[in-house]
Design a protein around this ligand. Structure first.
Ligand SMILES: Cc1cc2nc3c(=O)[nH]c(=O)nc-3n(C[C@H](O)[C@H](O)[C@H](O)COP(=O)(O)OP(=O)(O)OC[C@H]3O[C@@H](n4cnc5c(N)ncnc54)[C@H](O)[C@@H]3O)c2cc1C
Length: 455
């Protein structure tokens, strides 16, 4: 089969669509991408979901495969750890990894999107903007596209359709009509709002540059990621309803008072707080699981369309990009036998995307609450000490997810065993210097040496 003759339609030019288009074009496929929004390179867009993203190893690996990572280095800021801000304004820094190479990278979503769109077009993909997919024929694989300005609709046939159209996927909506299609969606009771800490007068960052800042406050939190222009993109996570909630902060005075009480060190850094707060929408966060992801070798769901997850492990796009590399590896291995490739793709990925979806929810409690707990901070130090001594057997869960490409399901299973081991080791001590190394060795031998660890 000659791949050049195969026409592939991608729905959605968010982040996964253009990356997949690049990888497919590099293998000679004929790729058309249809995007419902206008071209963000020509039309100013409202901020999308989250201004900034944290890119880590899985996402970087995919960008390397596409030959893009070196070009992106100039638009990312490495974040070496979490900088926790207490209510009294005290700072505690907790490194993410065991050394300077284990960092995550703050990148503007728009800059990343633009770089991917440019590269996809350079590779020869055709990207059609203002084209909304309104229907998908499960039997023939044809899509119906509506031109958003003129309102005209056309039917488009192709060999394969891949839905990269995000958590509200139109392709998935059609699949819902299949008999025995499994679907679950779960919204958090929390919403999020994007805010900004502008750059200082000389364009400098007003907080430590190379950190992800967190103001953990039990049932809510604020985070800030650095931008290359000296500003910080902040996200406020708050319950939708209740005493301290998006529902209760209904007037500018309430918002300022809330920040003065909860985040006093940040209030002076946000001169346009109330204005931004009311101008920006309150977003919802959803976990979506579904199956099957494919229909008879004609269509496939990928990225958030197949598995939307909440943002607390910073893995949504890293996981989506890993989908792209996994699909491409299978295509390289099997050729364009779409039925087999899609079936193997789902088998390999679903167990892992389910695992990261669960870990992302667990991490919410950790970020908003536990990171301020001295016992938790001790455990983090003990984790790093164990990793240094037993690098083949003990890798912290955060590191397995963020700095390795160990399958998420392995990271989850191993992480659970390690959490129990850590609780046992940390219970009698208050300082990392007091680790009982004999006991540590015994527990590692008992619980971890038999578990598979592919890095
Ligand atoms: C607050 C927040 C913070 C986050 N932080 C991180 C982070 O730090 N790290 C990380 O890895 N991930 C993060 N994520 C997750 C990440 O944003 C998503 O996983 C990622 O955007 C998914 O990419 P996608 O291409 O699958 O979908 P999207 O980015 O949603 O793109 C889908 C595209 O399809 C288009 N589309 C939709 N419907 C149609 C249609 N009917 N016809 C044509 N086009 C259509 C849309 O306009 C859009 O351009 C975060 C998410 C949120 C909400």
């Amino acid at each position: 089969m000659n791949p050049v003759r195969e026409k592939i339609t991608l729905i959605g030019a968010g982040l996964n669509g253009p990356l997949l288009a690049i990888l497919l074009r590099q293998r000679g496929f004929d790729v058309d991408v249809y995007e419902r929004r206008a071209d963000m390179r020509r039309v100013r867009m409202d901020a999308g979901r989250s201004i900034n993203l944290a890119l880590s190893t899985r996402g970087i690996h995919a960008l390397q495969q596409a030959g893009l990572w070196e070009r992106m280095r100039s638009i990312v800021i490495p974040m070496k750890g979490r900088m926790m801000h207490s209510p009294a304004g005290e700072l505690t820094f907790q490194p993410y990894g065991k050394n300077e190479s284990e960092v995550i990278h703050s990148i503007s979503r728009a800059e990343l999107n633009i770089a991917l769109l440019n590269a996809a077009e350079t590779e020869g993909a055709a990207i059609h903007f203002n084209q909304r997919c309104t229907a998908f024929d499960l039997k023939t694989g044809a899509v119906r596209l509506r031109e958003e300005d003129a309102g005209e609709s056309v039917r488009q046939a192709s060999r394969v359709v891949i839905g990269c159209d995000g958590s509200a996927s139109a392709i998935r909506s059609e699949m819902l009509k299949l008999s025995r299609f499994n679907f679950s969606q779960h919204y958090l009771d929390y919403g999020y709002k994007e805010l900004t800490i502008p750059a200082g007068t000389d364009g400098q960052h007003l907080l430590e540059t190379n950190a992800l800042h967190i103001w953990p406050r039990g049932n809510h939190m604020l985070i800030a990621l650095p931008n290359i222009d000296g500003s910080f993109a902040c996200i406020l996570f708050l319950p939708f309803e209740g005493q301290e909630s998006f529902g209760s902060l209904s007037a500018p005075a309430n918002v300022s008072e809330f920040f003065a009480n909860r985040f006093p060190d940040v209030l002076p850094l946000m001169p346009a707080l109330a204005e931004e707060y009311f101008a920006n929408p309150t977003g919802a966060m959803v976990t979506i699981k579904c199956a099957p992801w494919h229909v008879e070798g004609r269509s496939l769901l990928l990225g958030d369309a197949a598995h939307a997850i909440v943002p607390f492990f910073g893995q949504g796009i890293n996981c989506g990009f890993e989908d792209c590399t996994c699909l491409i590896e299978l295509l390289d291995k099997r050729g364009a036998d779409w039925l087999q490739v899609f079936a193997e793709f789902e088998k390999e990925r679903k167990v892992n995307t389910d695992a990261i979806a669960d870990m992302a929810i667990e991490n919410f409690t950790e970020m908003r609450d536990r990171v301020a707990d001295p016992r938790f901070l001790l455990q983090k130090k003990v984790e790093l000490a164990l990793e240094e001594k037993y690098p083949l057997y003990f890798v912290p869960k955060y590191a397995m997810v963020t700095f390795h490409r160990i399958p998420y399901s392995v990271a989850k299973a191993r992480g659970e065993v390690q959490d129990r081991l850590l609780a046992e080791l940390c219970a009698p001590i208050h300082r990392v210097e007091d680790i009982d190394w004999e006991r540590a060795e015994r527990l590692i031998h008992r619980d971890l040496t038999a578990l598979e660890l592919q890095t």
